[in-house]
Write a protein that binds this ligand. Structure first.
Ligand code: G16
Length: 546
């Protein structure tokens, strides 16, 4: 059977319902929607994975089947490029084109046009590795993906159930194996061993403070965290004293339900099931363990959130301090990347108190990651807890070749080296970030209350507004999504309302992962932030009336 016939024949098993043609879009984190309409999309993403690998002379491409923070009935699929980063932005449109092909014949035509325009050699090898989260629909969708990989004769490995960042790690490991940039052993075990060894090294002269409760959103993070803990020292030997909660992956409907990082960040409260007492350090992962937020109840029983902005400031200040202490300050420029959702107080703190540069990008790790690579050390976090730190090749070289001039410099350098292995530099990783935060809190001797005291957040509110067509809401290029371009008049109305509030700031943007528009507002008091968010949400409802 010819290549075309094989693609067409397998496609016939996964046809696209006519009413959905034209509606698929590779968004903030790939395709994401109700799982029952995703079969054809996953099949076609499989075709693109093969093309991408062939175009890159057989480098391994990753495919992750997950809908992360979305409800259990959703699912999604995204591609991972060879160094473990998100799919190159210029290829997203090809994914969208394939997904929207009208029929099996049309799909073959679009596929062949891509082969031609992108100059893909179909005789080159194609290599793909893939994994999925714990959603019930995952195994069916893996079947669709496998059909595409078989039809296009790609070599593939099914890593079964993994966190999203574990798959990103594996992709980079496969592609760097045997080179001077070798990233780690190509196995899930290799991932745990790398993190555990780095954690032990970073904690050589210090100990974790108290215990940590981890809410795993009833997703893949639960079993994977339990596995990771097996590689870490026991609490009595300086390891972490961790209590794992919400780790039930056998009840699919409980995924992200009343728990997890998105619930905690959006509702600004602990999961209702939480039994933590005042001062207890807690954190929540999301459904595929690429996000994490920390929180605690203060002595007055008030919920206190330590979100992605807080992790960014903690990590940036610690790394800048280590660079100074190890005598590397001149060689390492530390910069921070945020999005419009970053609390204004965090931005001011980074610029004024830490004296570090800041860049603001549109939502989506792919944008932040890219911007972060322009610094020697780029710290990027979305306020929702999605982020990591990237070290440039020259920064890594400087760190690994530096000759310390004193025992104090040597200690700081050892910790800095450990961080370069502890941090998953391919993408935001809740498990790696969890260890990073624990290391920093231990070194600084900080409780959550002390971490919180570094600056005071401006009161803020995030609202999700359902509209008839979220695509009507577009933002002005170059404003990092802080201004609406359409619908006409909406931005002016928002600005009029914002002007009424002290320290008021608000924006609206269409979500790239959910069928909704998100509204963010901050102001000088909690009540005003709530009012402003409600007023802007009302404007969005008016312009987007169903
Ligand atoms: C994904 C993206 C994040 C983004 C989030 C919400 O997270 O990876 O970068 O912040 O969606 O995006 P939006 O506001 O466009 O819906 P996750 O954890 O769901 O993969």
């Amino acid at each position: 059977m010819s290549h075309d016939e094989a693609v067409k024949e397998a496609s016939a098993k996964h046809s696209t319902p006519a009413e959905l043609v034209g509606k698929f879009q590779y968004g903030t984190a790939g395709f994401r929607m109700k799982a029952n309409i995703l079969d054809s999309v996953v099949y076609r993403v499989g075709l693109l994975a093969s093309l991408r690998s062939r175009k890159l002379n057989g480098q391994t491409i990753g495919v992750m089947i997950t809908a992360s923070h979305n409800p259990p009935e959703d699912n999604g699929v995204k591609l991972v490029d060879p160094m473990g980063e998100m799919l190159e932005a210029s290829w997203e449109k090809y994914a969208t084109q394939l997904a929207n092909a009208e029929s099996d014949d049309h799909l073959v035509q679009v596929y062949n046009e891509l082969v031609k325009t992108l100059k893909v050699n179909l005789d080159a090898p194609a290599r793909v590795i893939f994994a999925r989260d714990t959603r019930a629909s995952g195994s069916r969708l893996v079947g669709c993906l496998n059909d595409a990989l078989t039809a296009t004769k790609a070599e593939s490995t099914d890593y079964r159930i993994l966190t999203t960042p574990q798959l990103h790690y594996l992709v980079r490991c496969v592609n760097t194996k045997g080179t001077q940039d070798e990233y780690g052993e190509v196995s899930e075990k290799g991932y745990y061993e790398k993190l555990a060894a780095a954690f032990k090294q970073a904690m050589e002269h210090t100990k974790p403070q108290g215990h940590l409760t981890v809410d795993c959103a009833n997703g893949v993070g639960g079993p994977k965290l339990l596995e990771l803990l097996k590689y870490l020292p026991a609490p009595a030997d300086g390891g972490l004293d961790v209590k794992v909660v919400n780790d039930d992956v056998h009840k699919p409907e409980s995924l992200n339900h009343q728990c997890g990082a998105d619930f905690v960040k959006t509702n600004q409260r602990a999961p209702p099931s939480s039994k933590a007492g005042p001062g207890d350090r807690c954190c929540s992962l999301d459904g595929d363990a690429d996000r994490i937020v920390f929180y605690f109840q203060d002595e007055k029983n008030v919920f206190r959130l330590l979100d992605g902005d807080r992790i960014a400031t903690l990590a940036a200040s610690f790394i800048a301090e280590l660079a100074r202490q190890s005598g590397l300050m001149d060689k390492l420029t530390v910069g921070v990347v945020q999005t419009a959702y970053a609390n204004g107080a965090s931005t001011t703190y980074i610029q004024k108190n830490l004296g570090l540069q800041i860049v603001c990008t549109p939502t989506g790790v792919k944008h932040l990651h890219h911007a972060a690579t322009r610094f020697d050390v780029g710290v990027y976090f979305e306020a929702n807890g999605h982020g990591t730190v990237v070290f440039s090749p020259s920064a890594l070289k400087a760190i690994h070749t530096h000759q310390p001039q004193s025992p104090a410099q040597a200690d700081a350098l050892t910790t800095l080296m450990a961080l370069t292995d502890l941090i998953n530099q391919t993408v935001g990783d809740a498990l790696s970030d969890l260890l990073l935060v624990e290391v920093i809190l231990a070194h600084k001797g900080f409780s959550c209350a002390e971490w919180l005291q570094t600056y005071t957040d401006l009161p803020n509110r995030l609202v999700r507004v359902e509209v008839a067509d979220r695509n009507l809401f577009t933002t002005v290029e170059g404003t990092a999504e802080r201004q609406l371009a359409s619908p006409t008049g909406a931005q002016k109305d928002i600005e009029k309302v914002v002007a009424k509030y002290k320290d008021g700031r608000s924006f609206a943007r269409a979500s790239g992962t959910e069928d909704a528009v998100r509204v963010y507002a901050e102001a000088s008091t909690r009540a005003e932030a709530e009012d402003l968010a409600a007023a802007v949400a009302q404007i969005v409802r008016k312009y987007g009336a169903k």
